[in-house]
Design a protein around this ligand. Structure first.
Ligand SMILES: Nc1nc2c(ncn2[C@@H]2O[C@H](COP(=O)(O)OP(=O)(O)OP(=O)(O)O)[C@@H](O)[C@H]2O)c(=O)[nH]1
Ligand SMILES: [Mg+2]
Length: 445
């Protein structure tokens, strides 16, 4: 690891009341003295004038965190200045002139990991917390970040080590001696105990993985049914082009929608119909693809036309099971905005008169409340889930080998299970793995 001083703006791009710039490196005290013309007390907010060759860049609060009591474990400086991009950029340029360099994405967190301030699962939880799309995802990320997830893995590793030791001692039995039944049963019981505890962690981590993915709702239906109009109503802006020409939307357009702090993606698609236009045909095939990875389909029907055979045929042929009919244009049919739960779920709305738009949001919110969430849900990533499953598979094989009196194989399977679980915490990580994880962070974290 290089110990060069690194710096980055830690707050989002744009204007805000305050902006934060972070610096991390070894022995920053001389660096600090040079740029601020005074020494800073550890963990104390100090007001300074930040200058670059006599020109005042800003008046700011700076806090110095002496190693090892800092996020990265190195010396760190946090500069809390005015949240103006030009001011912040000029402070960063001044820091670079004085010997720091721009931090790579995730480099602060990577240093925290390399300095043993956090394990790899906690580092990943930081990225997940930053991008968490709703309250429950935030809580689950906290469960991982606080180390609860890591503690469970550490417990499993400790238990595994105990069994491994016992198996090794059996392997060292004189060859002509049979392994006493008592020892065999003991080992089986212990493996079973780890295996069922691991199964519980897997169960909770699956849920966490789902939480980590933003829910996606796709709007499909015939041309002119009003898909784009409804999406614009939900977004409260003219995002998609609307026109009375059938076949207006040609591409898959994905937008972010915030409903009471739940962030979801809504997708506008090309109207479904037989077409000889290559571009339209491609648009329709993209619409079909986006249905495949959606959480729910809103099938939009022009209520003045009603459901036709081609609508039901499409739903059947594409095997769409999780869908809701949105009957749009009720201003033309005189129906009331409402949710009809008889038979298939239907919502009656009008994009033009903005009727029933809240009902669409209600349907989406119901999806969130039906997800069960446990306090022990972790925001596990697929990397974790895969390793947990791998660890579990090897444990099962080790149990089979105990039964077959193959203790050498038992030992090997236990070793592989141990290796899989310890990779979750980043013990013996490869450089590729670290690059993959930290490159997905934002700069400044
Ligand atoms: N009366 C009435 N007209 C509507 C309503 N919603 C949409 N329209 C009109 O229906 C036409 C088609 O609307 P779009 O939102 O472009 O329909 P679309 O389903 O996205 O159509 P394509 O992109 O071609 O598939 C436009 O002229 C809209 O103004 C509604 O609630 N009531
Ligand atoms: Mg459209």
């Amino acid at each position: 690891m290089s110990n060069e001083a690194i710096c980055a703006i830690a707050t989002p791009y744009g204007s805000s009341a305050l902006g934060i710039i972070r610096v991390s490196g070894t022995n920053l005290s001389t660096f600090v003295k040079r740029i601020f013309h005074k020494s800073l007390e550890d963990r104390k907010a100090t007001l300074v004038n930040i200058t670059d060759e006599k020109a005042i860049l800003d008046e700011a609060i700076v806090i110095y965190y002496a190693s090892p009591k800092s996020f990265t474990g190195e010396d760190m400086v946090e500069i809390i200045c005015h949240g103006n991009q030009i001011v912040m950029n000029s402070i960063v340029s001044m820091l670079i002139k004085n010997g720091a360099r721009n931090a790579n994405p995730g480099e602060f967190t990577e240093r925290a990991f390399l300095n043993d301030k956090i394990d790899l699962s906690q580092a990943e939880a930081i990225a997940d917390l930053i991008s968490a799309s709703d309250q429950r995802a935030v809580r689950a990320a906290h469960n991982s970040l606080s180390g609860k997830f890591a503690q469970e893995i550490k417990y499993l590793l400790e238990e595994l080590i105990k069994v491994r030791a016992e198996v090794e001692s059996i392997i060292n039995f004189p060859e002509d001696d049979d392994v006493p039944e008592l020892n065999k049963n003991n080992i089986r019981k212990k493996i079973y105990k780890v295996s069922s505890a691991l199964a519980d962690v897997i169960k909770n981590s699956y849920q966490g993985e789902l939480l980590n993915q933003r829910k996606k709702y796709v709007f499909v239906g015939k041309p002119n049914s009003g898909k784009s109009s409804l999406i614009n109503c939900l977004l409260r802006k003219d995002a998609s082009i609307v026109s009375n020409k059938a076949g207006t939307t040609r591409d898959v357009l994905e937008y972010e929608l915030n409903i009471n702090d739940k962030i979801i993606n809504i997708v506008d698609t090309a109207g479904l119909r037989e077409s000889s236009d290559d571009i339209e045909v491609e648009g329709i095939s993209r619409a079909i693809k986006s249905i495949a990875d959606s959480d729910k389909v809103f099938y939009v029907i022009d209520d003045s036309v009603g459901i036709t055979e081609s609508d039901t045929a499409f739903i059947k042929n594409q095997n769409i099971s999780n869908y809701i009919f949105l009957f749009n244009k009720i201003d033309l049919t005189g129906k009331k905005a409402n949710i009809d739960k008889r038979g298939y779920d239907s919502v009656y709305v009008s994009a033009k008169k903005e009727l029933g738009i809240e009902l669409i949001k209600q349907i989406i919110e119901e999806d969130f409340s039906s997800d069960n969430f446990l306090e022990t849900t972790y925001l596990a990533r697929s990397r974790h889930v895969n390793l947990l499953q791998k660890g579990h598979e090897h444990l099962k094989k080790s149990e089979e080998n105990v039964l077959a009196n193959n203790f050498d194989f038992t030992a090997e399977e236990l070793r592989l299970s141990h290796a899989a679980l310890s990779s979750i915490l980043g013990q013996n990580p490869t450089e590729d793995l670290l690059n993959e994880i930290f490159n997905n962070f934002c700069i400044g974290k």
